[in-house]
Design a protein around this ligand. Structure first.
Ligand code: XMP
Length: 224
């Protein structure tokens, strides 16, 4: 089953929330933050801001301390030649990441997604205006299916694209909630499986309170 760990945690916590930790202040206190929101957050997304701030060795420690509690998603939106994408994915797996985002438009993923690599999540559409990705959307989905990608990132504001991705059987991950304009649970209502939220939580006075509000809205939308 695709994203088995993520779904197990999601069912246990009755939550579809993945927390993106990009802000310096949140990263500097990441252990406390994860402790505070752990019972309601199912995944933690880390990308370049985390790598610059914490370094990969501390990221490895954070993951190893909490690997049973969260699904760790590496968000580097990889788009290099297949050999380098594969090498990078192998390293991300070594660090402990469960999943990793990859671009689709550059192709070559049949060679990149081999060996013991994290579960790949393809960048299908972004929440800001990204005409190239939007134009390529259907071709990208056809290709993603062919190379065995089971999850897609589709921005929360692109509700018709969320629905199309879902109709084709992908697990949909939607950022763009909060600061970028999406309402809590908006993407879930459009058919997304998980919502990725960053600044609305990490920059809040009381991150736990925002997390509670996001999950409450998700539970109401899903009737769980
Ligand atoms: P916020 O705005 O909540 O962003 O701080 C949270 C995280 O989500 C990522 N992000 C996106 N990634 N397509 C993507 O692939 C998108 O449309 C998109 N919008 C936000 C961003 O990297 C940040 O970590």
């Amino acid at each position: 089953m695709a994203f088995e760990k993520l779904w197990r945690l999601s069912n246990e916590k009755k939550s579809r929330l993945i927390l993106a930790v990009d802000e310096d202040r949140a990263l500097e206190n990441i252990e406390d933050l994860l402790k505070e929101v752990g019972s309601l957050v199912v995944g933690v997304k880390l990308g370049f801001p985390a790598a610059f701030n914490l370094g990969f060795s501390r990221i490895k420690d954070v993951i190893s301390d909490r690997r049973d509690e969260f699904y760790f998603l590496a968000d580097f939106k990889l788009a290099d030649i297949p050999y380098i994408v594969n090498l990078t994915l192998l390293k991300l797996k070594d660090i402990g990441f469960d999943g990793a985002t990859v671009h689709i438009f550059q192709r070559g993923l049949e060679e990149a997604l081999v060996g013991n690599v994290p579960e790949a999540i393809g960048i299908a559409a972004m929440s800001h205006n990204s005409p190239l990705l939007d134009r390529e959307f259907i071709d990208s989905l056809n290709y993603a299916k062919k190379v065995g990608i089971r999850g897609l990132v589709v921005g929360a504001l692109k509700e018709d694209l969320i629905a199309e991705g879902k109709r084709r059987g992908f697990t949909i991950f939607s950022p763009g909630i909060g600061v970028q304009g999406g309402k809590f649970a908006q993407a879930i209502k459009a058919g997304a499986d998980f919502e990725i939220v960053g600044r609305a939580i990490t920059k809040a006075e009381d991150p736990r309170e925002v997390v509670e509000n996001v999950v409450k809205a998700q539970r109401e939308a899903l009737k769980i």
